[in-house]
Write a protein that binds this ligand. Structure first.
Ligand code: OVV
Length: 410
């Protein structure tokens, strides 16, 4: 093998035949937040070559779906960010669910799947409902709120650590850990560097809370240690799976709930629909939010073999940025994609991924989103923006930084 030129921790490839070279930076603060490059990304072809990063990107629905769902040709074990774990030391011990391939993945996924099953989500529903009603009552009483902290962060950081069995949760630490993990997926930019610096403080705090002794005996975390007792996984793996819950389970749902409020505040006619049937439409409204805003806007895969997609030759070692947010807005797949419509069939969106790595926490995430939107629609007549919402740049997450709202009670 010849010398490999590394760029941002992966092999710099040359543009494959037929793939346009493009100097766009999908990781600039502007592109991460306004995402106006999505249209050009799709229109340039099945793939573009990101000249700054020596890697490929895709944003058409069919292509993104093909790459994302093929775990044999496009592996996760070399990292789902810009860095190739086969060539560069990962920033932390890799996740034993996200950053592994079958057959190893199958064993850990089974344990986590059981712990986050539809049945478990159903059992959490009553608690989520009561917590959502309490929270919405409190914010309605306030009237003028900062929706990101007061609702989007407040709800998941209350109910999720409790479900996991964290005895001494700290909302700020949990939210910050999520932002670190998702920024770590990006290239070596300022966002990632800042995350790495904060990680020195936040990671030890998180890891302390992942052990058997620190978890309540009845939570989701404890069930991993039961799997360890049964010999399915090791004690160490059980702790690593708790780390996965705390990595993937907070920032994502915080973002989903915040983005839902943003969608509803900006589309009063859709909020009117939701108010007419909160119980029936809370879930479809949350699903459409996932499609419309793609809280996780992009993840990478790495080509494990020389292969071909949509007639384009892809060489082994190619990093491919799969822009889920662009796929979820592809007019060749969606009718009027730019319209936020809670009555549409949003199923099939890629916001939760697709294939063997599809979001394992989706039942819990949907239960959280549904509980909040339902409680909101039952109690709030109008959601009014009282200032410009701002977005918080993150290398993988598309979420709000601040959103001042007035909630007018029903
Ligand atoms: C960022 C992220 C997403 C999904 C899973 C994990 C992390 C993990 O740590 O397992």
């Amino acid at each position: 093998m010849g010398a490999v030129e590394l760029v941002h921790g992966h092999k710099r490839i040359e543009p494959p035949d037929g793939v346009p070279s493009w100097d766009v930076d999908p990781y600039s603060a502007g592109n991460l937040t306004d995402r106006t490059y999505f249209d050009a990304l799709r229109s340039k072809g099945p793939f573009v070559y990101l000249s700054r990063y020596g890697m490929l990107a895709c944003g058409r629905y069919d292509v993104t779906r093909e790459v994302f769902s093929d775990h044999v040709r496009f592996v996760s074990s070399r990292g789902v960010g810009v860095s190739d774990f086969g060539l560069e030391e990962p920033w932390r011990p890799p996740s034993i669910i996200l950053e592994v391939d079958p057959p190893y993945h199958t064993r850990t996924r089974r344990v986590i799947m059981r712990a986050l099953s539809p049945k478990v989500a159903r059992e959490l529903r009553d608690a989520f409902k009561a917590d959502a009603e309490r929270l919405i009552d409190a914010v309605v009483a306030k009237g003028e709120i900062e929706a990101v902290t007061d609702i989007a962060e407040a709800f998941p950081t209350k109910v999720f650590p409790e479900a996991v069995g964290i005895k001494d949760p700290d909302a700020k630490m949990l939210v910050e850990f999520g932002s670190i993990v998702f920024n770590a997926i990006g290239p070596e930019n300022e966002l990632r560097n800042r995350a790495m610096a904060r990680n020195k403080v936040v990671m030890p705090w998180i890891l302390e809370r992942c052990s058997r002794e620190r978890l309540t005996p009845d939570g989701i975390g404890a069930s991993f240690f039961e799997a360890a007792d049964a010999g399915e996984i090791t004690e160490h793996e059980a702790g690593m799976l708790v780390r996965s819950l705390l990595s993937a389970g907070v920032d994502t749902t915080v973002t989903g709930i915040g983005n839902a409020l943003w969608c509803l505040a900006n589309n009063p006619q859709e909020y009117e629909k939701l108010k007419a049937d909160p119980e029936g439409l809370a879930l479809p409204a949350f699903e459409e939010t996932l499609r419309y805003t793609s809280p996780v806007q992009a993840f990478c895969r790495t080509a494990a073999v020389d292969t071909e997609v949509a007639g384009i030759r892809i060489e082994e070692g190619s990093k491919i940025l799969c822009v889920l947010g662009a796929a979820n807005m592809d007019p060749d797949h969606w009718e009027a994609p730019e319209k936020f419509d809670i009555s549409r069939q949003a199923a099939g969106h890629l916001a939760l991924g697709v294939g063997v790595h599809v979001c394992v926490g989706q039942n819990i995430a949907r239960a959280e989103g549904r509980a909040v939107l339902r409680a909101l629609a039952e109690r709030v007549d109008r959601i009014e923006l009282t200032g410009e919402p701002t977005w918080r740049p993150n290398n993988a997450i598309h979420g709000l930084d601040r959103m001042p709202l007035r909630l007018v009670p029903r």
